[in-house]
Write a protein that binds this ligand. Structure first.
Ligand code: ZN
Length: 746
């Protein structure tokens, strides 16, 4: 194992120079000599993601040749029933490359009067639907536009269940990198028959309601092959039936499973196992189905898997399929695929992070599946992030950070896949690498322990367990767990494009009193992409002669200036030194900046004074209100930068201040600020608001009541007897108080 760790670390050190990216992708796609590429054990994680993505993209392109419009829409019939169970009974003839058999669907009607079942099934002109049955009776069907319409021999109401069987045969969508693959290995060569159905390919070889969000409660997969072949599949193997020249392997997946995760892989496997010991002390088998000629290589590498399962189980929650197994089955496709309980993996690829990635998918992708392909990052970003967690588990924090630094993504596009009709879109490496960066950034924003609690809460939430989720569901878990409003974060990183380009500068002043230093840090973002401004907390590491200080500045459009006081002198500043943000950073010399970012709240009728501060440039400064409004009653002194006066009106006031210095040419800066004016104390009886209760207030009230004079400010200052209104009795009350020693205002 250490040998591979060394390779891993070596790869990490090299990775900044190996990376990028876009032409690797293009080369891979066109490369006929895939073995030459994929046997490279020094492949970086990012390159691995690009390969996996490129292969999935290529398969999509193949399927598009059928003229199928993506995304596949759920039909009316499909939204009217719940697929509960499938049984696949298929014979595979490697000589003719024909599959034949049946698929039985057991479903439940979600409407009254349900009588037509529609199943997705690609018509590549080489597949044939022979017949359909319902309740053991032949029923009529038609097959067009890659959809089988089956007319049930009965009508079903809400909650009633039905069964239907499709009998078919033929050669599924052809090609070496597609859903159903006929290939071979070894010398003399032995057939390999394998499937990979993500995202739209289950329906290429078995009729089903092929939508990620309708998981069957369980599936039986009965596969008959030449008797020297062994079939690996989902769940547990219940029985091998020897038919003479053929054998039938009966696999049963007892857990809910979505259609694209149903798999088979068959060849003359060498099989070996070890055990995962669950958190509660049970043992489940971890089975490796490998090409015999790769047995020793697999035996020296794969046995790490149980310790990985253990680590992920301790970190996220128990392995999802503890009544079954975990498995890895060799196939020839140039990547790996997280089939539920049985990952398919390229036969000559032995990198830890590939094993970690596909294993992590059992939690993220298989147990909780993306609701649709717009949110594929919930599968791929999570699995990629888990590679880095595994690196951290083995090599500590520096390994984690090196790993994340090797998975940066600098291109455009959004993690949310806008267009799932785009074959290149769904499996772009953005959902892997930048998706992983999202979890990495989130970890630092919410804090380490909270970030892991988020993953545990997400995993254990019954709304998503054995089900599906969208980005907003995950956001909800993040916010509920952390108590933070993280909408800004998800909006800019999942729906926005690119990343912040920070440019920062700082200046220092000796702090009053001597041995400390005040550091003024200014941060600009220079990207012109969307969003033009990323709101993020940013680590500011201030290093002085005596101490390293990390301050967190919450960088939003108003907060571009930060003041940090540190002990000692000889200060330097580093922005995001540990690379917790996907960003670029440049430093520049300090210009002139308004460093006041927040102003104290004011109270109505209470004297207010706040001094705006600027740093840099050449004093003296000149201040002016650039736009917006100061609270009524406050003024800005253009020479001192003091905002003062007595606010008259309760409200929130937004404004922009501009400052210029005395350099030639002048430097300028602007700053958005606001002042909230709240309710202040007032003197009851002081209706004219001159600070005194006297005869002037009597006149003011008479004018208000009888001559349309203005109301007292605040109104209650004229309500001397506190009866809620101002009327003549308040005037009498005031006169009594002033001239007849009557009671003071209430
Ligand atoms: Zn993946």
């Amino acid at each position: 194992m250490k040998r591979f760790l060394f390779v891993l670390l070596l790869g990490l050190f090299l990775s900044p120079f190996l990376l990028r990216g876009d032409n690797v992708l293009a080369q891979n796609l066109n490369a006929p000599q895939k073995e030459a590429i994929y046997t490279d054990q020094n492949t970086t994680p990012s390159q691995f993601h690009q390969m996996e993505a490129a292969m999935k993209q290529q398969r999509l392109n193949e399927i598009r040749k059928l003229g199928i419009a993506f995304p596949l829409k759920e039909t009316k019939s499909q939204s009217d029933f719940d697929a509960r169970y499938y049984r696949l009974d298929l014979s595979l003839n490697e000589a003719t490359q024909i599959i034949s058999g049946s698929v039985y669907l057991y479903g439940t009607a979600l409407i009254n009067g349900f009588n037509v079942v529609e199943l997705n099934f690609f018509d590549n002109a080489q597949m044939y639907v022979d017949s359909c049955k319902s309740n053991n009776a032949l029923v009529s069907f038609n097959w067009s536009s890659n959809l089988i319409r089956i007319y049930l021999n009965g009508t079903y109401n809400i909650g009633q269940s039905f069964g239907v069987t499709v009998y078919y045969h033929g050669h599924p969508l052809e090609g070496g990198l597609q859903s159903f693959d006929w290939s071979s290995h070894g010398s003399p060569s032995v057939p390999v028959i394998s499937t990979l159905s993500e995202p739209y390919f289950a329906q290429a070889w078995w009729p089903c309601k092929d939508l990620p969000r309708d998981k069957a409660d369980s599936v039986d997969i009965n596969i008959t092959v030449r008797s020297d072949l062994y079939v690996a599949s989902n769940g547990l193997l219940r029985e091998i039936v020897n038919n003479g020249s053929t054998k039938t392997y009966k696999w049963h997946e007892r857990y809910p499973i979505t259609t694209y995760l149903v798999m088979l892989a068959a060849t003359n496997y060498s099989i070996f196992s070890n055990w995962y010991h669950t958190l509660s002390g049970d043992s489940i088998p971890v089975n490796y189905y490998v090409y015999p000629e790769y047995l020793s290589q697999a035996q020296s590498t794969y046995p790490v898997t149980p310790s990985m399962i253990r680590y992920f189980a301790e970190t996220f929650g128990e392995y999802p399929w503890i009544q079954e197994k975990y498995g890895m089955a060799h196939f020839t496709w140039g990547g790996a695929m997280e089939h539920q309980t049985c990952t398919s993996i390229l036969y000559n690829w032995y990198s830890d992070w590939v094993i970690a990635h596909e294993l992590a998918h059992q939690w993220w992708g298989d147990y909780i599946t993306c609701h649709n392909w717009h949110h594929i990052w919930l599968n791929e970003g999570f699995a990629s992030y888990c590679e880095a967690l595994w690196a951290e588990h083995n090599g500590g924090s520096s390994s984690y950070h090196s790993y994340m630094n090797s998975m940066q993504f600098w291109s455009g596009g959004s993690i949310f896949i806008q267009d799932t009709t785009d074959a290149w879109g769904i499996f772009g490496s953005i959902v892997y690498d930048k998706g992983a960066q999202v979890l990495h950034m989130l970890r630092h924003i919410v804090g380490d322990s909270t970030s892991f609690q988020i993953l545990r809460n997400y995993y254990s939430d019954p709304r998503y367990a054995n089900g599906v989720a969208e980005t907003e569901d995950f956001q909800g878990i993040c916010e509920a767990t952390s108590g933070m409003d993280l909408n800004y974060f998800f909006q800019e990183w999942i729906y926005g494009t690119y990343y912040p380009k920070y440019r920062y500068s700082f200046m220092t002043e000796p702090a009053s009193g001597g041995s400390a230093t005040d550091v003024y840090i200014h941060i600009d973002q220079t990207q012109t992409s969307n969003p033009t401004f990323f709101t993020m907390p940013i680590d500011l590491r201030v290093t002085s002669s005596t101490k390293d200080t990390i301050a967190v500045g919450f960088n939003d459009p108003r907060h571009k200036d930060f003041k940090v006081r540190v002990p000692g002198t000889n200060v330097s500043v580093n922005l995001d030194p540990n690379v917790w943000i996907l960003r670029t950073v440049n430093s520049t010399t300090y210009g002139m900046n308004i460093v006041t970012t927040d102003l104290l709240a004011a109270s109505q009728f209470s004297a207010y004074a706040e001094t705006l501060l600027a740093k840099g440039g050449t004093p003296t400064y000149k201040w002016k209100l650039d736009s917006g409004n100061l609270p009524d009653g406050l003024q800005l002194d253009s020479l001192t930068g003091v905002i003062s006066g007595v606010p008259a009106v309760q409200d929130s006031f937004d404004f922009t201040i501009k400052v210029t210095d005395s350099t030639n040419p002048v430097k300028t800066d602007t700053q958005q600020l606001y002042i909230i004016v709240g309710e202040g104390p007032f003197l009851r009886g002081d209706a004219n608001h001159d600070g005194l209760v006297d005869v002037g207030d009597v006149i003011y009230l008479i004018s208000n009541l009888y001559a349309h004079g203005p109301d007292p400010i605040p109104y209650d200052s004229g309500d001397l007897n506190c009866d809620g209104t101002i009327n003549v009795s308040d005037i009498i009350y005031l006169l009594n108080y002033l001239f007849k020693s009557g009671p003071a205002p209430c």
